[in-house]
Write a protein that binds this ligand. Structure first.
Ligand code: NIG
Ligand code: FE
Length: 401
């Protein structure tokens, strides 16, 4: 069993509220952290740091839990740069381009898809993301959804079956039949490789009845529920997610008071719910609003109502082609009026809540040794220095990357 100590830490963001300053960030100073067997084995006063096989001198920098990106679509082929350019020239985003990526993905080989997933996974890791959820959703046949998830599962244990991303062109006039396919053979082929099921519940994608039917089938085979909800307009997604006990409803760009109330009713204990994490998290994806030039979600309204908020990238070739959690933090602070502390919490502990995990997004004894050392003295710099590569070291499972 090899051990590693990180010392000379300027500030340690633990996300253990009450164990230090900074409210929910639980910031500790003059501490060192010991890693053994991929886990945090000890955190204590730097002067008491135990000897270890290896030492990393943080040089007075901030140390944080690795980012938890709880929403990404990494299994696809091709890109849609021309669609992006057209949007920047005034075209609206409608989700219609999803079918373009479906066409490209179906004709790609396994090794092409694998190369893209690995490239984006590595890109995210370099930027401090130590957990990334990966959705299918660009295959939309039994075989293509199953292989998408098989390939995703090679790099992440957080995989999500999104066979209900859109109705593919060949089923355009038979949506009920497509829902039958998703709930039947497609789910059967996908479920062995997936932990979660997701539906794009939106006008032009899946309505409330179809969404409920699909999510319920997924639950029946043991998958946890997440929903793409209220992205392009108001709709039933958020309240349906709450009704079904979803771990997370994602986007939340167009919310009514009833949507916010429904989310707030699931809160366990505000931002720091303990014991089961059964709250439905609102996962906000500001990269999508940035890249579709849309109004940002009202994060303050959710936070002020006590809703647990996560930040994620939504990395995909259409609406948000970024793998950068620091970029999303900066957007959340500048454009969504989250405080830097709220945004950092949402990108770490919030993402962990959205995945119903308590071993990540937090630095305490027994947690996974997933952590990042910044090229900066404080977590504030993640929003204060946008666009600057501030991730100096990444430890994943205790292993320096
Ligand atoms: O989360 N909204 C649905 N799905 C993706 C976009 C997919 C695409 O445009 O290719 C999203 O934004
Ligand atoms: Fe998405």
């Amino acid at each position: 069993m090899s051990s590693l100590v990180v010392d000379n830490i300027g500030e340690l963001v633990t996300n253990e509220a009450g164990s230090g300053e900074g409210g929910p960030l639980g910031i500790r100073r003059r501490v060192a952290l010991l890693v053994e067997d991929g886990e945090v084995a000890w955190i204590g006063p730097a002067v008491d740091a135990p000897a270890a096989d290896r030492r990393i001198d943080a040089g007075g920098a901030a140390v944080l839990p690795g980012f938890v990106d709880s929403h990404a679509h990494l299994v696809f082929a091709g890109d849609r740069a021309a669609e992006f350019a057209a949007r920047m020239a005034g075209q609206p985003y409608t989700g219609g381009g999803i079918r373009t990526t479906v066409g490209a993905t179906r004709t790609a080989s396994d090794s092409e898809l694998r190369a893209t997933v690995r490239r984006l996974h590595a890109e995210a890791l370099r930027q401090g993301t130590t957990t990334i959820e990966i959705k299918s959703g660009y295959g939309l046949t039994v075989a293509d959804e199953a292989r998408s998830l098989r390939i995703a599962a090679e790099v992440s244990e957080e995989t999500t079956f999104l066979g209900a991303h859109v109705v593919p062109a060949e089923y355009a006039d038979r949506p009920d039949e497509y829902v039958g396919l998703v709930c039947g053979p497609m789910l059967a082929a996908a479920a062995p490789h997936a932990r979660w099921i997701d539906v794009f519940c939106e006008r032009g994608a899946f309505d409330a009845d179809h969404t409920r039917a699909i999510l319920t089938c997924g639950q029946a085979v043991g998958l946890g529920v997440r929903v793409h909800a209220n992205q392009l307009g108001p709709g039933p997604g958020v309240q349906l997610g709450v009704e079904l006990g979803a771990a997370s409803v994602d986007h939340c760009t167009h919310l009514t008071d009833a949507d916010v109330d429904a989310l707030a009713s699931t809160r366990v204990d505000g931002m720091c719910a303990e014991g089961g994490h059964t709250a439905t998290v609102a996962t906000l994806l500001p990269g999508a609003e940035f890249s579709t030039r849309s109004p940002y979600p009202d994060a303050r309204r959710l936070l002020d109502a006590g809703v647990t908020v996560a930040l994620a990238t939504d990395c995909n070739p259409g609406s948000s082609y970024t793998s950068s959690m620091p970029f999303c933090i900066a957007l959340a602070v500048r454009e969504m009026r989250m405080t830097p502390a709220e945004a950092v919490w949402a990108a770490t502990a919030g993402g962990a809540r959205a995945l119903r995990r308590d071993d990540i997004g937090v630095l305490r004894t027994g947690a996974r040794a997933d952590l990042i050392i910044l090229d900066a003295p404080s977590h504030l710099h993640l929003a204060y220095r946008p666009g600057v590569p501030l991730i100096r070291h990444v430890l994943h499972n205790g292993v320096p990357q």
